[in-house]
Design a binder for this molecule. Structure first.
Ligand SMILES: Cc1cc2nc3c(=O)[nH]c(=O)nc-3n(C[C@H](O)[C@H](O)[C@H](O)COP(=O)(O)O)c2cc1C
Length: 337
């Protein structure tokens, strides 16, 4: 696996990319992630309509630090008239890559034809991408699910459309919109898009939670890169593990005390970025991610949820008797889009 990995003329560090995750890939998460050198980190998706009307919350979602480069932004929307303006705004903010979301399954997004709703109008995907590509110099990419449902799989067709209009890569999540998160991702859908692609790069996505899974995805689908999504939650180091595996190096053993230290560092980044009230909420969510593999942390989880302040929550983590904690092999992610 040769590094770096090029999207057009833009060099990414490697082929292990961290996904946009609404409600999760916020500023502290990306600070934490960047320390382990994934190919790129993405901000959460933002709506084109909100961006062009200069909504302050949208700009906050796109807030980043220079240490996070290469960094990507993702746009979601369905109005070609706004696509060029939104793309230019993303480029002007200094992003390295612009991705177009055609995978979000949430009803309130699909109801105006956006997100995975775009899968029903492949030509409109081409039009949106054309507008963006004509407006900016940074590489434009697209992220899809395999199709709206099993009866309308059109990933390969969309791959060809995206290639024709000049998108540099297509990320294929191996599930349909109808499927939601039920059942495993079907990587054959990724293989089919790779076969349909000539120049456009195909990035595989779905159920990569470990070094082994990433390696398997590369081998089975022939994809050019992998996009890790839920697998980054509570294991920001996964890119380092995957890259070591791809380069034939031994995995780094990460024990309970390292997880504790990284959790505390992540909490610290949250406190520095968020006001106290939001930080408390984030602690509960982020704490759960890191504690998912830990056995014997029920009391700690309860304590974090009940803490009266972030300072108290930090103290609970510091004073907890970690020597009684063990790690389970299984990672269970309940989070869904
Ligand atoms: C909480 C959550 C938020 C997500 N937000 C986004 C998003 O903003 N943009 C996007 O393209 N996909 C989003 N996704 C989808 C993931 O990027 C990814 O396609 C999906 O989770 C499958 O990959 P995985 O099995 O590795 O998690 C989200 C998924 C989750 C669980």
């Amino acid at each position: 696996m040769k590094d770096p990995f090029f999207l057009g003329s833009k060099a990414l560090r490697n082929r292990v990319l961290y996904a946009p995750l609404a409600g999760c890939s916020d500023y502290p998460f990306r600070q934490m992630s960047s320390r382990y050198h994934p190919g790129i980190v993405y901000c959460e998706m933002v709506k084109i309509d909100a961006l062009v009307r200069n909504d302050p919350h949208t700009f906050r979602l796109l807030d980043y630090h220079s240490s996070m480069h290469p960094i990507g932004a993702q746009l979601c929307g369905s109005k070609p008239k706004l696509a060029a303006q939104a793309a230019r705004m993303i480029e002007d903010l200094g992003f390295d890559v612009l991705d177009f979301n055609c995978g979000c399954p949430v009803d309130k997004v699909t109801k105006d034809g956006s997100g995975s709703g775009m899968l029903k109008t492949p030509d409109l995907i081409g039009e949106m991408l054309s507008q963006m590509i004509a407006a900016v110099k940074i590489p434009v990419t697209v992220k899809i699910r395999a199709g709206w449902d099993e009866g309308s799989i059109n990933g390969p067709l969309i791959t060809q459309i995206a290639e024709k209009v000049g998108a540099k890569a297509i990320t294929v999540h191996g599930r349909t919109r109808a499927q939601g998160y039920k059942g495993p991702a079907n990587w054959d859908y990724i293989t089919a898009c790779k076969k349909a692609a000539k120049d456009i790069l195909v990035i595989g996505n779905g159920d990569v939670f470990s070094q082994e899974a990433a390696q398997k995805m590369f081998q089975e689908t022939g994809c050019d890169a992998v996009l890790v999504s839920r697998g980054t939650l509570g294991q920001p180091w996964i890119a380092e593990d995957i890259m070591r595996g791809l380069n034939g190096l031994e995995p780094i053993a990460r024990g309970v005390s390292e997880i504790r230290d990284i959790l505390l560092e992540h909490f610290d980044l949250i406190i520095r970025y968020q006001p106290e009230r939001q930080a408390m909420l984030d602690f509960r969510r982020v704490g759960c991610w890191y504690l998912k593999r830990c056995v014997g942390v029920k009391d700690l989880r309860i304590a974090i949820n009940r803490a009266a302040s972030t300072r108290e929550a930090m103290r609970f983590v510091e004073d907890f008797s970690w020597r009684d904690v063990s790690l389970s092999k299984e990672l269970v992610f309940a989070e869904t889009e």
